[in-house]
Design a binder for this molecule. Sequence first.
Ligand SMILES: C[S@@+](CC[C@H](N)C(=O)[O-])C[C@H]1O[C@@H](n2cnc3c(N)ncnc32)[C@H](O)[C@@H]1O
Length: 305
Amino acid sequence: MARALYGPGGFFVRERPADHFRTSAHASPLFAAALARLVCQVDTALGAPATLDLVDVGAGRGELLTALLAELPPPVRARVRPIGVEVTMRSWDGISWRTDLPRGLTGVLLATEWLDNIPLDLARDGRYLDTGLNPGDPLSPADAAWAERWWPAGPDEVIEIGRTRDEAWADAVAAVSAGLALAVDYGHLREHRPPRSTATGFRHGREVPPAFDGSTDITCHVAMDSAAAAAGPDHVLLRQRDALHRLGVDGRRPPLTLASTDPIAYVRALSTAGAGAELTAPAGLGAHWWLAHPVALPHPLPLLP
Ligand SMILES: C[S@@+](CC[C@H](N)C(=O)[O-])C[C@H]1O[C@@H](n2cnc3c(N)ncnc32)[C@H](O)[C@@H]1O
């Protein structure tokens, strides 16, 4: 998975994520607008620092950062230092790009659909599986301990060892000195682990079998509870649907009376409602998880009561 995605000529080294799959970041500007409201809440809780870091880890081509910056009120925007972290460096007006995590951040660190692309191992009956799902070496003590704590499985069941995601997320949260770290991703909790492997490929908008030659994306759902625990006890884990409702996004249709009083406003509101409905759909993007870790925030955030 690591070689196919990030090795020489690997999928993400070559490709633009948005050409292959659609995340919340691409579904609608409502997502960036909601995150902008969250960034403002963090800014207020931090007492409007002179520099507010805004870091997007796994930033693709900077689509979310660009949309988010456009949604921020000018007095906040003027203090924001936007940073995109990606496996290959990009250059973009107004955004600093880097391949490693910056440290000592004051502000917000975002990671939307990043953790599901962190390479992991599959295992069955205490042994690693190769890409053809054939058993190989026994699990290392650290992976065996992870499996026992987070994914106890019966004979013949395939598990996805999330330790690499836990470590990546703990490291990202540790990069924030004050503010908020937020991961948004699809995943599962211990009591509802999937019965079979979630390894999936995407190419040009289609779901395809994962290929390990760099020709497809390869993604596995995220064990959100283990990632949460790895990064510290002070966190909130909620569904995107609930998070977006708290940030003022929903899929409610405008009142029909608006159609006769202001038809243009009605059509606009209908379109917004459609985008809100997609982002909050209980069986779609709305079922994604928001894992939020506040760090040294003097005041609680409205998102995280
Ligand atoms: C599924 S895409 C998500 C893109 C974007 N955040 C979105 O929501 O549309 C995951 C991205 O994470 C990047 N990525 C994975 N591991 C990374 C790492 N260790 N450092 C920086 N970027 C990474 C990949 O290159 C890829 O662009």
